[in-house]
Design a protein around this ligand. Sequence first.
Ligand SMILES: NC(=O)c1ccc[n+]([C@@H]2O[C@H](COP(=O)([O-])OP(=O)(O)OC[C@H]3O[C@@H](n4cnc5c(N)ncnc54)[C@H](OP(=O)(O)O)[C@@H]3O)[C@@H](O)[C@H]2O)c1
Length: 273
Amino acid sequence: MLDTSRIAFIGGGVMCEAILSRLLKGSSLSADAISVAEPIAARREQLAGKYAVHVTSDNAAAAEQATIVVLSVKPQIMSLAMESIKAGLAQTALVISIAAGVAIRSIQNVLGSQQPVVRVMPNTPAQIGEGLSVWTTTAQVSVAQKEQARSILQAMGREVYVENEHYLDMATALSGSGPAYVFLFMEALIDAGVQLGFSRPVAQQLVEQTLKGSVDFAIASGRHVAELRNQVTSPGGTTAAGLYELESGRLRTTIADAVRAAYRRSIELGKSE
Ligand SMILES: NC(=O)c1ccc[n+]([C@@H]2O[C@H](COP(=O)([O-])OP(=O)(O)OC[C@H]3O[C@@H](n4cnc5c(N)ncnc54)[C@H](OP(=O)(O)O)[C@@H]3O)[C@@H](O)[C@H]2O)c1
């Protein structure tokens, strides 16, 4: 699928490395077909040394040769990065943006409305290949390009294609910001364990494995999570006492409000570009 592709990454940071390292391991793509444009010389040397990919400080030169361009710079740098590749970019080259909150409209404002564009909302576990990417395409993206995009995203973990960019704002609030909600919940549980008298490393170990085990169990069992919760809630028992406090603290509605606030903010930020 990616056999004849030439991929250029604009920005050689964390996400670029996460994607390219897995692409080289898991696909038939050779290092020779990958270029990375990165301003810092030490970082270029590091990527070239570790993966034998082509490196350059010249964004335009990397993009000119590419059939697929991955924009892997911070959202604030996106306009600058797009301007720098615009002149030499092939009109049929697939542009994949993983920048959080940058709308397709803003990408096409710079690169032109005919450029095939994939917009992705990844999340941070992508760094270990356990991410979730929600993505959409413009009408100019061919069936073959869509499959190429899918195989690149699979290097970061799982992917969910959506028809409408609108769902990316929802995904930003749920799966994009989601890891932060989970980390906050973990932090609160660990602190509670420390308050009870566990040492911090032990409390952390208990919480980490409880979360990991519960998620794996929920997925493996395929049962409704409310059913799994009932299983651990014996009448008049310890879990029931704990759950009562969580419910009286409005945990569910607070979470719903939090996701809705993130969604509203995502729409606001998209409009202000
Ligand atoms: N990290 C994640 O798990 C995650 C999750 C969701 C979405 N994302 C999105 O992924 C994108 C990349 O994130 P990241 O974590 O990989 O960021 P990062 O590690 O900071 O990587 C960005 C890279 O681009 C380079 N760069 C800066 N200006 C440039 C320019 N003008 N031309 C070319 N390269 C330039 C940076 O170099 P300098 O060091 O010199 O600035 C850096 O190496 C972001 O848009 C972010 O929203 C990341």
